[in-house]
Design a protein around this ligand. Structure first.
Ligand SMILES: [Zn+2]
Length: 444
């Protein structure tokens, strides 16, 4: 008889055969001394919590004491929230990052990134995201900013807000869109500094040219970014806004004097876009770096129907977009540059939004957790180990998201047969753990 729902053993078989899940789990380390519950079990527990889309640590705690999950993750007994926190706060981040890299390399070898190539090229995007903010809870690596808000009496007050921000680099052209790497902003540094650090280490992690085109926000229209991309052999498509004043103004002035180079209409989700494109090569990037760049401008009128007081009316809005690119006019038309430029939205819509909406990402797991293993510092004093909790949880989440979306979008026949959503697959896998007999143990 054919399988009617997904089972955890078949999912695990796919993970172990294709991605060595158990082997990677065995390499996990943390700062505890001779712990009863191994770092491998802690990793597998949290990995499955994300696969099942459990909403919180408390829920995972509950599952570990009332279902067969503890056997499945290789623990001899049930364990709680406090063990998870204590382990994760001192987790070694290296094996987690190495696992995400290995998963992505196997995706590439397995042709997961082949669908959706843009004229044969693989496309990644890099962007910043704020992970959490708080007026009260803070840790030693929090970023700080002064913000104005109103107190209960309606008076305007200024307060210090603590937050964490990171940059992530994600594949965006294919249906499976895993993150390739992730970097936290350190206190006092700019987003560009963290981004350059991430981009510079990509070739060490993935070899040169894991992808071909990098799509970036206007913040990254900077000489160091262009130079790095050139050095790495990546082409770029970068939004151009008024922060690059000279280039922006010379492009706008040039395009105002001439008719568009292309004009067409496009329908998407019942919305009609009327698009005019201007395209030029050879504008100097900045006064200090007059390296010629290509600029594409898109003027878009979006027409859609609106219902006001029972009447259907046609409503139009105007939008303007500009991009800088190193891709040549002969190989990539202005229409393709526009498509690439807009694909950065995919990162915002499928990347951050997906993580925060469906994966409980912004819950600030373990942020400012003081319950941490101790170590002896250079002066011979005992002190808590640096808190890696938020970073460890983020890596495990990124690994779980990558593998689960590949399973749903590429592997599962049931998803195609029964038109299942990713959330439905998660609940089928989760249901299996509470139905299974007590003797279950994950296959090695
Ligand atoms: Zn913090």
């Amino acid at each position: 008889m054919k399988d009617r729902t997904h089972s955890l053993p078949s999912f695990a078989a796919w993970l172990n055969k294709g991605f060595d899940l158990r082997k990677h789990a065995a390499e996990m380390r943390d700062a505890r001394v001779a712990p009863e519950i191994s770092p491998a079990s802690v990793f597998l527990a949290l990995f499955h919590a994300f696969i099942f889309r459990l909403p919180s640590f408390q829920q995972l705690d509950h599952e570990l004491s009332h279902s067969h999950l503890q056997h499945w993750v290789g623990a001899e007994r049930s364990f709680h929230d406090d063990t998870l926190r204590y382990s994760l706060c001192g987790f070694d981040l290296g094996p987690l990052q190495a696992m995400l890299v290995e998963v992505n390399r196997r995706f590439k070898r397995g042709k997961v990134f082949d669908p959706g190539r843009v004229q044969g090229r693989l496309v990644a995007a890099l962007d910043g995201v704020e992970v959490l903010s708080s007026f009260s809870r803070h840790c030693e690596s929090c970023l700080e900013r002064r913000v104005s808000r109103k107190d209960q009496a309606g008076r305007k007050i200024e307060e210090i807000q603590y937050y964490h921000r990171a940059v992530g680099c994600q594949m965006i052209h294919s249906p499976v869109k895993p993150f390739l790497d992730w970097e936290w902003l350190q206190p006092g540094e700019s987003e560009e500094t963290a981004a350059l650090r991430l981009l510079r280490r990509l070739p060490d992690l993935y070899g040169s040219r894991f992808f071909d085109i990098l799509v970036l926000d206007a913040l990254y229209a900077q000489t160091p970014v262009l130079e790095l991309a050139h050095e790495m052999g990546w082409d770029v498509v970068i939004s151009l806004k008024q922060n690059s004043r000279d280039l922006y103004q010379s492009a706008v002035r040039l395009f105002a004097r001439r008719p568009p180079d292309a004009a067409f209409s496009e329908t998407q989700d019942h919305k009609l876009y009327r698009i005019q494109l201007w395209d030029t090569e050879g504008l100097p990037f900045t006064v200090n770096n007059p390296e010629p760049v290509r600029v594409v401008r898109s003027e878009e009128v979006l027409e859609r129907n609106r219902f006001r007081e029972g009447e259907r009316t046609r409503h139009c809005t105007d939008h303007e977009w500009l991009w800088i690119t190193t891709l040549s006019q002969s190989a990539f038309s202005a229409a393709v540059i526009r498509q690439l430029g807009h694909s950065r939205w995919k990162q915002e819509n499928n990347g951050w939004l997906e993580l925060t909406k469906h994966w409980a990402f912004k819950h600030g797991f373990l942020h400012a957790c003081r319950h941490r293993p101790q170590r002896v510092n250079a002066e011979g004093h005992r002190e808590p180990v640096p808190n890696h909790g938020l970073a460890a949880v983020t890596w495990i989440l990124l690994i779980a998201v990558a593998l689960s979306s590949c399973f749903v979008l590429r592997h599962s026949k049931l998803v195609r047969r029964d038109h299942l959503t990713a959330v439905a697959v998660a609940s089928q896998l989760r249901a299996w753990i509470s139905k299974a007999p007590p003797s279950i143990r994950a296959p090695d």
